[in-house]
Design a protein around this ligand. Structure first.
Ligand SMILES: NC(=O)c1ccc[n+]([C@@H]2O[C@H](COP(=O)([O-])OP(=O)(O)OC[C@H]3O[C@@H](n4cnc5c(N)ncnc54)[C@H](OP(=O)(O)O)[C@@H]3O)[C@@H](O)[C@H]2O)c1
Length: 192
């Protein structure tokens, strides 16, 4: 896919992997939409960086666990661009209370990292007719948890992998769906 001139939404792009992805896409000439939840200052810094490389970039605050926030985000995207070409479902958290018996932690982990990706995708499909969706999974979706107390996180990433495979079958060939599965990456998720 030619990236120059494409419109790309990266959820959770104020820092970490999302930030690097936004800058990388801008360097290839895409217009990037930098979504964030809390860190407006960080998101604005990412915008400044992206503006060095491409045009029509923007930041949008939206908590992707909240239906109305997501709806508003897509209204803004449609108003400005009339389309979306690339969706990177990246935003996520690690719940420090994750353990085998903590149902609240399972609920929180699946809500923020899985159901919210499904919600964002649902709205994206209303304005994306042809394009690419990339879900940011993790090696832990495949091999189990790599640290003590990551059972909900690992189970959630396995669910995201299955969702990705099923969605890919449903949407091909016009929309191609893939997941990437990074290993340990030193971001704020690791207290960096
Ligand atoms: N780091 C790793 O070792 C690693 C390895 C494999 C996969 N991953 C995956 O990579 C993705 C990014 O992780 P990261 O390490 O880059 O994390 P990070 O540096 O902590 O960044 C998380 C991003 O998600 C945003 N976010 C969190 N909750 C949100 C919500 N409800 N609505 C909108 N945005 C929200 C944050 O926005 P604010 O800054 O505004 O709060 C931030 O931009 C996650 O899906 C993670 O599971 C990470």
């Amino acid at each position: 896919m030619e990236i120059k001139g494409k419109v790309a939404l990266i959820t959770g792009a104020s820092q970490g992997i999302g930030k690097s992805t936004a800058v990388a896409l801008a360097k290839e000439g895409a217009s990037v939409i930098i979504n964030f939840k809390f860190n407006e200052k960080l998101a604005s810094d990412v915008l400044k960086e992206c503006n060095k490389y491409s045009k029509n970039n923007m930041i949008i605050r939206a908590d992707i666990t909240i239906e109305n926030d997501v709806k508003e985000m897509f209204n803004k995207i449609f108003k400005k661009f009339n389309k979306l070409d690339i969706l990177i479902n990246n935003a996520g958290i690690f719940d420090e209370e994750d353990n085998p018996t903590n149902i609240k932690s399972f609920e929180n982990t699946f809500n923020v990292n899985f159901l919210a990706q499904v919600r964002v995708t649902k709205h994206a499909l209303e304005i994306m007719k042809v394009g690419k969706i990339i879900n940011v999974s993790s090696v832990h979706g495949k091999i189990g948890h790599g640290r003590v107390g990551a059972i909900a996180y690992s189970s959630m990433k396995a669910a995201l992998d299955s969702y990705t495979i099923n969605l890919a079958k449903d949407l091909a060939p016009n929309i191609l769906v893939n997941a990437i599965s990074p290993g340990k990456t030193l971001t704020s998720m690791w207290g960096i």
